[in-house]
Every structure is written in C-alpha cells, then in structure tokens.
Design a protein around this ligand. Structure first.
Ligand SMILES: *[C@@H]1O[C@H](CO)[C@@H](O)[C@H](O)[C@H]1NC(C)=O
Ligand SMILES: *[C@@H]1O[C@H](CO)[C@@H](O)[C@H](O)[C@H]1NC(C)=O
Ligand SMILES: *[C@@H]1O[C@H](CO)[C@@H](O)[C@H](O)[C@H]1NC(C)=O
Ligand SMILES: *[C@@H]1O[C@H](CO)[C@@H](O)[C@H](O)[C@H]1NC(C)=O
Ligand SMILES: *[C@@H]1O[C@H](CO)[C@@H](O)[C@H](O)[C@H]1NC(C)=O
Length: 718
C-alpha cells in the first residue's frame, strides 16, 4: 500500500499549490448576461473523497474473494478503453446485455465485484488509483447486499474495484488501460462505475472524464446534456464531513427564524453581489461565508458582521437554503441542507438532481434558473405554510432514506438499475416517495391496460335452496354476450341440485359444484373450472340486473382489471362520538365498498381470499356467516391501494338492509356490519378502504337520444 500513499501525497502537494480557475461551461450564462471570465474557488474537492491512508482499512468488512492483491502490469502499448459512448441508452442492446440479468432470480440483478488489484507500469511504478474510504464503503455495501454475486459468469452488472469517485485523483490515460484490461470488460457493457466529483480544473466537464466506453456511470453532477437518459444514474455528491455530526431533532411543523440562508464557501462573485442585493430587500435572508483570518473550518461559518455560527446546525434555523452551482453542478451542500431539514433552493442550470428518475423533487426542492437568482424572494414568498411543512418533511424523509449514508446511496443506485431491468418488479412511485408510515401499496397485478374482450367472464352464483330465483338469475346472466361460463356453487348439503334437464337453456356451459360445507368463503374459492381471469360473483337473488348492465359492468372491469367493479355500494364512516367506524347503506355521495352479491373481480383475488387473508379473517367470516363482501373489499383495496368502482345507478336490490319493513332486523344487521369493519381494521392494523365520489355510466347514458343509438340502453330500469 505504500505506493498508494505516495501517489496520494503527491497529488495533495500538487493540488495545494494550485489555484483553481473555473471557467463557466454552461452556455446559458451568456444569454443571461452574467458570464464571468474566471472565478476563484476554494475547491471543496480536496476535502473529501481523498485517498484513504489506512492501508489496513482495505480489508475492513470486505469479503475475502475481493482481496486478491494480485498485481497486473500494463505497458505503454496496452490498449486503453474506447472513449465514452454518448449514444448509449438502456434500450440499446449494443450497450447493455439485459439477457445476462435473468440467470437466477428474475427480480433481482446480480452484481459482481472485481477483486482489488494493484496495477504497475513497465517501470514498476504503481499506477493504481488510490482507494478512498468512501469507495470501500460502496464495495462493502454491495458485497453485503442481496444484489451481490460471486459468479462473474452469471452476473448482470460488473463493478470494477477501481476508485473513480474523485476525478482529481485519477490519471485518465492509466485508468483507461486498467478498465480495458478487466477480464469481462467487453467494451464496458454491463459495467457500472461510481463517480461523485467529475471533471477537473480548468474546465470541469460534468461527466467522468475517462474513457469509459459503454459502461454505465453512477455520477454526481450530471447535466441534462451529458447524462445518458435511461442509462446513467444521477447520484448525490456525498459529504463525509457530515459523518458523526448529530443535529437535534426538529419538527417539520416548527417555524424557523430565517426565510433563506446561503452558506456556501467561495461563491462566485456575481452570485455574491446578487445575494447582497437580496439581503438588502428582506432581513430574513441570512448570508454566511467562511470566517476571515482563521484556517478553513467546515463546521464554522461567519455572517457579515463576522459573528461565528456552528454549521450545519445553523441551517436548521432556515426554511429555505440555497444550493448554488460551483465549478461543478453537483454540490455536497445539498446533503448538509437536507440533513437540516431545510428546503433546498437549487440554482444550477441543467443539473439533474440525485435519483431524479425515481424521487419527486418537486415535492422537496425549489429550482431556480441562475439568471433568476435576484428574484428568489418573489418565488419563495409564494409558498404557503402548509406546502412548506410538507416539503420540509419530504426533504428530511429523502435524507433519511436515500442520502444519509453511502450505503443508502449505493443501494438506491442499484435499486434504480434493478427497476429498469425488471420493470415488473420495480418500486412504485409511492414506494420511492411516500413516507414509510403512510401505506405504500404495490399493485401485485401486471395486467394489460385493457383486458382482452374475447375471454369473457365466468359468473359464479352462490346458492342454497332458492331454485326459482336462481334459475331466473341464470336466465338473465345467460343473455350477457361476454359471459363465458356459469358456475353454480351449491352450498346446500341436505338437498341435491336439480338435474341438468331442468335448468334453463342459455346456450352457455353451466357447471354445478356441490360443496362439503355451507360456507360463505366457497363463493371465492378459485375453482379450476373458472377459466377466465374475470369473475362475476352473484347471489342467487340478484334478479334485477339486466344483461346490458352486466355487459357494461364487464366493460368497466376490462378497463380496471385490478379493481372490484360492482353494483350496490356502501360506505364506511368514522364516528367521532364512539371513536369507531360505522357501516352506511344510506344515499350517500361517496362509496368505499361494493357488495359482492353482484361484482366483478379478478380471479387472483379469489386466490388471495382463500389463501392469504390476514389472521383468521376467513374463518371468522365463515363462523359469523356475514361480511365476506366487506372482507373482499378490504383485501382488494389494501393490496392495490385502489377503491372499488360502482357502475350504473342505484336501484332496489333485494338485500337485508334494504328491507325497510323489518326495521329492527335492519338495525341489528347494520350494527353487525359495523362490527365487522372495526374487527377487520384491527386485523389489518389500519383502515385500507378509500372513499371515492364517482361511479361509471355508459357514455350516452341519460342523453336524450333514441335508444337504438345507445350501446347500453337497458340501464337503471327496475
Ligand atoms: C452516436 O450517434 C451519432 C449520430 O447517430 C453518430 O454520428 C456517432 O458516431 C455515434 N457515436 C458512437 C460512439 O457510436
Ligand atoms: C446504439 O448505440 C450505438 C453506439 O453504441 C449506435 O451506433 C446506435 O445507433 C444505437 N442504436 C440505437 C437504436 O439507438
Ligand atoms: C472547527 O470548529 C469547531 C467548532 O468551533 C471546533 O470544535 C473544531 O475543533 C474546529 N476544527 C478545526 C480543525 O479547527
Ligand atoms: C396490506 O397491504 C400492505 C402493502 O401492500 C401489505 O404490506 C400488508 O401485508 C397488507 N396487509 C394485509 C393484512 O394483507
Ligand atoms: C372528536 O371528539 C373529541 C373528543 O372525543 C373532540 O375533542 C374533538 O373535537 C371531536 N372532533 C370533532 C371533529 O368533532
């Protein structure tokens, strides 16, 4: 490891002599008329992502297979890697071979890490780029993650053990040779390189300035021009100076003293002047800079009167915090600001925010064009206190989940690549963005946007002994064009079903299944005889639905195959007086359940109802002979996060709670149903039902047009 040290110290010496002159690369600045010839920066790049001096730390927590300590000689005629291929996209098979990703688990990418090696040139000089503590941490995280694979032959992604985090420590010509010498390099296909500080003085290109060919780059500081969409991953610029810093907990609801703080060192003089004019307009804006006359200390900032403030603690006193571009677009200040729960105001034209592909930054940051910096107050003053509270909470949440450690960042990066490669298993928007304590649901169904019509649906009719009305229901549903089969679940063990000759002839297959026990759950058993995805559950007394209404219901289900689509609807309401939920069947303006005496659902939910309902819910329903429909509504809404859909107008359904004559029976029924809801909420640990205020009717419904023009005319009739 001695040679590592010598390269490192050499670079430190070289760097300390250098005054970094930055030249603005972004063409936009000339339009804005605020272009500068050159400006002097304290280059924060020296401060972090520098080489690790502790040789022993190489082995820290890394699996033994990574510690080969082999040495490789690269001569002056070793071939370097080709230049970065700016045409790479995810969908371009010349850059990424996705079929290497499905060997084992078809939902998780397997990631191979090359063993750590030393590279020498022909004169025996060590040319290995020094390894930072941060890069070791990234390797360690990957090697302990579910993505890690020891088998290069079956790997989807390859991670070279070459530290490219800080371009300042890299010699591009040598690194290109190292990359090209990797055993599975293959033009860089399926390789992922990590870089946080791209570019070097004087021009600071905002991508890793190394010949990386077709390798993907997880980089901090991409601009919308250099970022290869769907291919690279934009990651944060990690700030190791925050390690060990603890900030006191602060509620997102608390008001803060300052509206806006600017705390970056070495800001461009033009920005500084602009900020001075902003301060002059509003005394709730606070400018901080390095303290003059003392050595540079990251944890101390001075205000304009020279008073010292502890950093980043001071950021906790501000609602908004500026994150302004420096030489590089990506600024580590973003991390400081997020840690303090301060809403970042990002002023860096073209900058792609970290993990922007999955994180909804509009909920957690404000973006301002560089030319609009003088107008920052006009923008900030437009945000309502409620919006500010939401944003603050979201900022802190992102920090906690994706930013606070290198390991969180690394896993988020791999998860993004994983989401691209296995889109069916990708995390949803909610899973990435919703606070954990809010329910994030992931719809388990990967159904077409619109289910094909040709398959039709299976009517599953639950019956006990009401043969007359059963036959009437069979006759009605038999007329529905999309019906494919009728299954009658005969729940009466005492009496055999009537012989087939007595059943109405509908021209559609009828299958009678006699059950062993009279249980409500039999209606949701996923019988093999059900060959369609779509099931219409029917009670044997639902004689009032017309074929048009059923066909229309099926059309609605096809557009929403992951939802319950039904006719009579109900609502749950929270009763403040009893601190519990009640069940409502009255004429309300919202619904949160449909009755499964007449409702379409996907067969998958019959499987779930039968095999994976929480606790003893299924047995509970069978024992109480009630509420199987409420249980189904809980199940579907909980699993998909989507409310059921009510179709066609309310009509008189024959059901206990509609029989107003039997008022007392009615009352006790409602009480029992309310009890079901409260019991299920307990089992689920939360209320999954969601009220919605719409229902579906056919397009021409209620339009004053002759019936022949309407596709579904027989609707709402009693
Ligand atoms: C990228 O595409 C452009 C235009 O299609 C082409 O001119 C260029 O040669 C391509 N670059 C590479 C590296 O293939
Ligand atoms: C894929 O990338 C190659 C360069 O690597 C480029 O020449 C080709 O045009 C790209 N194809 C598509 C479909 O973008
Ligand atoms: C920086 O300032 C903090 C707070 O005043 C102090 O605790 C720390 O020792 C200082 N660090 C250096 C390197 O001077
Ligand atoms: C409800 O849905 C959530 C999110 O999909 C899931 O984690 C949970 O297990 C479900 N609850 C039950 C009781 O099925
Ligand atoms: C609900 O009841 C609690 C006391 O049980 C009361 O403090 C609160 O104001 C009530 N809320 C509403 C909206 O009525």
């Amino acid at each position: 490891m001695k040679s590592t040290q010598s390269i490192g110290s050499h670079l430190v010496a070289e760097h300390n002599l250098q005054t970094v002159m930055g030249k603005r690369k972004w063409s936009f600045c000339s339009m804005a008329g605020i272009c500068f010839v050159a400006f002097i920066f304290v280059n924060l790049g020296i401060w972090w992502l520098g080489p690790s001096w502790r040789a022993a730390s190489y082995t820290r927590d890394l699996p033994p297979e990574l510690l080969s300590h082999e040495s490789v000689m690269l001569t002056s005629d070793s071939t370097p890697a080709n230049p970065r291929d700016s045409n790479c996209t995810f969908h371009n098979f010349t850059c990424l071979e996705v079929y290497h990703c499905g060997y084992d688990d078809k939902s998780v990418i397997s990631v191979y890490i090359y063993p750590i090696q030393q590279y020498y040139d022909e004169h025996g000089v060590d040319i290995t780029p020094p390894m930072t503590r941060e890069f070791q941490e990234i390797l360690r995280t990957i090697s302990q993650s579910p993505f890690y694979s020891k088998d290069p032959e079956r790997a989807c992604l390859f991670i070279p053990s070459v530290d490219l985090l800080n371009q300042h420590w890299i010699r591009p010509a040598q690194v290109s040779k190292i990359l090209a010498s990797l055993k599975w390099w293959n033009s860089g296909k399926n390789h992922l390189l990590f870089n946080m500080l791209p570019g070097t003085a004087p021009d600071f290109v905002n991508y890793l300035g190394v010949n990386t060919d077709k390798a993907m780059v997880a980089g901090g500081g991409f601009s919308s021009i250099t970022y290869r969409r769907t291919f690279d991953v934009s990651i944060p610029v990690y700030n190791p100076l925050l390690e060990g810093v603890e900030l006191p907990a602060k509620s997102h609801l608390e008001d803060r003293k300052w509206l806006l703080i600017s705390s970056q060192f070495g800001l461009n003089v033009v920005y500084k002047a602009e900020l001075q004019s902003v301060v002059a307009k509003d005394n709730k804006v606070f400018l901080l800079d390095r303290c003059k006359g003392t050595p540079l200390n990251y944890s101390v900032r001075c205000d304009q009167l020279g008073q010292e403030h502890l950093y980043p603690n001071i950021l906790q006193d501000a609602t908004f915090c500026l994150v302004i571009r420096g030489n590089r677009l990506g600024q580590p200040t973003l991390m400081d600001v997020m840690m303090a729960g301060c809403i970042p105001v990002v002023v860096a034209d073209g900058y792609l925010m970290p993990f922007h592909e999955v994180l909804d930054w509009t909920r957690a940051s404000i973006h301002l064009k560089e030319q609009h910096l003088p107008d920052v107050l006009d923008v900030l003053n437009k945000y309502s206190p409620e919006r500010i509270q939401d944003m603050r909470r979201q900022v802190y949440y992102y920090w906690q989940r994706y930013f606070k450690s290198l390991s969180d960042m690394t896993l988020a990066t791999l998860q993004i690549v994983n989401d691209r490669i296995f889109p069916f298993h990708a995390r949803s928007y909610d899973q990435w963005n919703e606070l954990l304590n809010r329910k994030a649901v992931k719809n388990p169904l990967f159904l077409p946007l619109r289910a094909p019509k040709s398959l039709g649906f299976t009517a599953v009719i639950l019956t006990y002994d009401r043969v007359d009305s059963l036959f009437q229901v069979v006759r009605q549903v038999g007329k529905v064009p999309s019906l494919s089969k009728i299954i009658v679940v005969w729940n009466n063990q005492e009496v055999a079903p009537p012989p087939m000759s007595q059943w109405p002839n509908t021209g559609k297959p009828i299958k009678v299944i006699t059950t062993k026990f009279n249980r409500l759950s039999n209606r949701f058993f996923p019988y093999d005889e059900i060959e369609t995805e779509c099931i219409l559950a029917l009670d044997d007394d639902i004689v009032m639905l017309t074929p048009d209404e059923m066909e229309f219901g099926y059309e609605v289900w096809r557009e929403h195959p992951d939802r319950l689509v039904g006719y009579p609807s109900r609502l749950h309401l929270w009763q403040n007086s009893t601190q519990s939920y009640s069940y409502e069947s009255e004429w309300m303006n919202a619904i949160s359940m449909v009755l499964t005496g007449a409702a379409f659902h996907h067969k998958y939910f019959s499987f779930m109802y039968t095999y994976s309902m929480p606790g003893n819910l299924k047995q509970w329903v069978d024992k109480h002979i009630n509420c199987e429909d409420i249980a189904m509504n809980f199940l579907v809404t909980n699993v998909t996060g989507k409310a059921p859909i009510k179709v066609v107008p309310r009509k008189k359904f024959k059901c206990p709670e509609c029989v107003k004559e039997m008022l007392s029976a009615d009352m006790s029924h409602m009480v029992e149903r309310s009890e079901c809801i409260n019991h299920f909420v307990e089992l689920y640990g939360a209320m999954p039902l969601k009220p919605v205020e719409f229902r579906c009717d056919p397009v021409l419904y209620k339009d004053k047009l002759p019936g022949v023009l309407k596709k579904f005319k027989d609707l709402g009739v009693l």
